[in-house]
Design a binder for this molecule. Structure first.
Ligand SMILES: [Zn+2]
Length: 321
């Protein structure tokens, strides 16, 4: 038996065929072309899936189900996308439309949720009874996995960890609220902090590397911090203060076995883990009690395809998470 996973991004569609353990057998991708009519995007998703299937050398009869990770929220009982802001989708019959091209069971969920599911089944949190996944990218996505299944809540909006309010009346967020966690813990936030800091410290290595403030990236700040540039160290320190505080809120609320950090910022590797782990005890309520280990995601970009494919393994038709 094989599964198809489709990772629908704002700029790229990636599809892959996986085996039962989430091992990718083949992959295909194309541009999303998000400005087009949704039917055209879905047609390309189907083409990508069929191309990957052809490359795998397997026949369509062997495909058990298709899973899709979307940058938004969906209702698996209806197969409809509720919101997908990046694509301008609202109440789209994604399952029905895809089944016009490929007649297989289709399951849909949020991209961070499927990436967290992938890590919990085939990645760094495999074997853990509970884990929380945070993607530290343009925004902050979250996934809560309990006993092998994503916890999406009574109304499908649980794990929106990036939009927990960290600061009342704080920085405006893309969601319309202010002071959301992702305004302080995303790569975008780190870059903003870097740009603010070089205004008063133009002699910093950050600006020397970037050339101009608009070119400052998360990687430049992290690299400069690793090299000991005082301003970069300060900026990274402020960023990890927020991140450690965010992780602590998760620990207090859910006490998961593992907290997995993914997304662009997690490329900082051990440097990031060391900074976070050093700060964790500062915020812990029960300082002598053990708490969940903080780990780096290991599946990278493949998590989207693997986790989407896994939706088909854990769900039955008509069933919601
Ligand atoms: Zn928000």
């Amino acid at each position: 038996m094989i599964y198809i996973g489709i990772d629908l991004g704002g700029t790229k569609i990636a599809a892959g065929v996986t085996g039962l353990k989430g091992n990718i057998l083949s992959e295909a991708s194309s541009a999303t072309g998000a400005q087009r009519d949704y039917k055209e995007v879905v047609r390309d998703m189907a083409s990508c899936a069929l191309k990957a299937l052809e490359q795998s050398g397997r026949s369509i009869d062997k495909v058990e189900a298709i899973g899709i990770g979307i940058p938004g929220i969906a209702d698996n009982s209806t197969g409809r996308v509720i919101f997908c802001t990046n694509l301008g989708w609202h109440d789209i019959p994604l399952r029905e439309e895809l089944q016009k091209h490929i007649r297989k069971p289709v399951f849909i969920d949020n991209d961070a949720t499927v990436a967290g599911l992938a890590e919990s089944m085939a990645g760094v949190s495999a074997g853990a009874a509970s884990s929380v996944f945070l993607t530290l990218g343009t925004g902050v996505g979250g996934a809560i996995i309990i006993n092998g299944k994503p916890w999406t809540g009574a109304h499908g909006v649980a794990s929106e960890l990036g939009h927990l309010t960290m600061e009342m009346g704080g920085i405006p967020c893309t969601c319309g609220k202010r002071g959301c966690l992702e305004r302080y813990c995303s790569a975008t936030a780190l870059i903003r902090m870097g740009r603010e800091a070089v205004r008063t410290h133009p002699d910093s290595l950050i600006l020397l590397r970037a050339g101009k403030p608009e070119k400052i990236s998360g990687k430049i700040i992290i690299d400069c911090a690793k090299e000991g540039d005082p301003l970069a160290v300060k900026v990274f320190d402020r960023y990890t203060d927020y991140l450690a505080l965010a992780i602590n809120s998760i620990v207090s609320f859910l006490d998961p076995e593992v907290i997995v950090l993914g997304g662009g910022i997690s490329m900082a590797g051990q440097f990031l883990l060391d900074a976070v782990n050093k700060k964790m005890p500062r915020y812990l309520m029960f300082k002598t009690m053990p708490y969940g280990r903080v780990e780096l995601a290991v599946l990278g970009n493949s998590a989207g395809i693997i986790g989407a494919a896994m939706l088909g393994m854990i769900l039955k038709e008509g069933e919601s998470l």
